[in-house]
Design a protein. Sequence first.
Length: 409
Amino acid sequence: MVLVSVGVWLGWQQRHRLNDDAALSAQAQLGHQIFHDTSLSASGQQSCASCHLKESGHASARGLELGGPDMKSLGTRNTPSLRYLWQNTAMHLNDEGKAIGGFFWDGRADSLAAQAGEPFLNPAEMANTDKASVVAKLSRASYAREFEQLFGATIWQQPDQAFAAMTQVLASYQTEDPDFHRFDSLFDQVMQGRARFNAAQERGWALFKDPEKGNCAACHTAERGPDGSPPLFTDNSYDNLGVPMVFPPTTAASRQPPDAGVCTHPLVRGQANANTLCGSFKVPSLRNVAVRRAFFHNAVFTDLRDTLAFYATRDTDPKRWYGTLTRWGGVPKSLRANVNRDEVPYGQRAGEQPRLNEQDIDDLLAFLTTLTDADLVPRSASPAGSVAAANAVVRGAQRVASPMVAANR
């Protein structure tokens, strides 16, 4: 196997050595407390950590969550992982006019801090009525004195400033805590020459990069950053994959307006081709994908192998996914013209042989388990024994630790 510039990779790793015992700043420590505080919600039962569980890679154990003042409100989008976002940027248009960056599935937030603030006010999530009500709860929290020490005793009389300060310390926590960007998976160890893939993982890695087979790397880029940083397995772009609807066509929920995704963003709305982007959603990082329990923006799939099979056979076996022989028959009609049908592994006709067979899908699954951070390895949905031996070198001294439609993300 050819390693990816081992010297450069090792140099970056040495400059950014993982240190679980490193002290967090006062801001980040305060952010940690806020992140886990259920009293900041209208229900008193929900915190950031309720939906972004550490053991699930700071994503949801269910994918879609209940929220609201009575914890019975339902929204429409899957809860995304918060790992590997600390260097993400606000949405912008690249040289080709393609939308890149942004937070949430539709890119609407411009920063970690902006993203952190939205759930507190979302009626389907923490459901506070306004910023002042959140700040009032903060002023009564056990860590209120620490908040005052950082931002002044009069901060409670300035709710907008206090709310902004809260989002900033949450961003500091997600930036400083190494659990949010560990880069210690088996993949990282292999790229540093410290471990080896087994045969299935090696085949899956080749398929992942092959432009005529999996072609996964076209969007889930596997190249290191300009500074030598390991790949994030996303190009932070947006795509319409023709994902099936969660609800059967006969239900009331299915008659709601279709989720337009990124084309609702002001930056995109101003483009001449804005309508062609409706139904496109953020390409997520594939790091820790094997410990997730729901996939795509609407959490329509709850099994990673099924998700891979959808990519492979969406066009060749549409009935399997949409209940009809018509391609994209389970996609809202207004969005069908925007479905990505040109890139591999798409673009085939119903009944043709898919580019990926069952063994290929198994091998891709085996490779994806190598992207699991070391603290999450035991939860990885890998074939039996496929990563156990090779990951022994990763674990070393490291510590181990049916979709429901809900909150908008």
